[in-house]
Write a protein that binds this ligand. Structure first.
Ligand SMILES: CC(C)(COP(=O)(O)OP(=O)(O)OC[C@H]1O[C@@H](n2cnc3c(N)ncnc32)[C@H](O)[C@@H]1OP(=O)(O)O)[C@@H](O)C(=O)NCCC(=O)NCCS
Length: 176
């Protein structure tokens, strides 16, 4: 069942649905395309082990990770999640997101970011956190626009495969 529908800036419609195990091959294909770009995500290597991916899905389910996939014309084009922390950090959840090339700058990232703020509030979290590379101006813009505030900066935390560095910016959103 569709969780939410998003009207994109080019007139197309995206649907947001909770991630299911059957979605994993398509999700991995989309994620790998962003990993190959080499400049936005932590991973250097594409995901190839689907058995490991299924184990990740099972672990995520058990630790109450909430994951929405975005589809345009029935194709998975991105995803976003909040990952609950545990013990003395149970009031905190970490947000992550990716949209594949060709579907960016259409409003989808903003819609997913805002949707997860509402989901986090409903689930009773008090704080959302994330980190973003200083070089990723678009992602920083989207998070700031949605209410996240910069709360730290790790100098040269990220070294790209071409030998250049970028800082990692930490952001928080205190949910009222
Ligand atoms: C970052 C990301 C999630 C944003 O999603 P999106 O669907 O492209 O974003 P939207 O279309 O909702 O919004 C883009 C905004 O950034 C702005 N923008 C685009 N390029 C920009 C740049 N270089 N600098 C500043 N702002 C920029 C757009 O003008 C738009 O702003 P507006 O809504 O105020 O007009 C998506 O681009 C993405 O997944 N990128 C690759 C992976 C990634 O970076 N993941 C996040 C890792 S922390």
């Amino acid at each position: 069942m569709v969780y939410q529908t998003v009207m994109l800036k080019d007139g197309r419609t995206a649907t947001l649905d909770w991630l299911k195990e059957d979605d994993l091959p398509q999700l991995v294909e989309a994620l790998n395309s962003v990993i190959r770009e080499g400049k936005y995500l932590f991973m250097n290597n594409e995901i190839t082990d689907m058995e490991e991916e299924r184990k990740w899905f099972e672990r995520s389910r058990k630790s109450s990770v909430l994951y929405l996939v975005a589809r345009v014309d029935s194709r998975i084009v991105g995803g976003a999640s909040i990952h609950p922390m545990t013990e003395k950090r149970s009031h905190v959840a970490e947000f992550g997101i990716f949209i594949r090339k060709g579907y960016r700058n259409l409003g989808l990232g903003t819609a997913l970011t805002k949707t997860f703020i509402e989901i986090a509030k409903k689930r009773g979290f008090e704080i959302l956190q994330l980190s973003v590379y200083a070089s990723n101006k678009r992602a920083f813009h989207v998070y700031k626009k949605c209410g996240y505030k910069k709360c730290g900066r790790l100098t040269r935390d990220v070294k790209f495969l071409n030998g250049t560095y970028t800082d990692r910016i930490l952001m928080q959103l205190l949910l009222e």
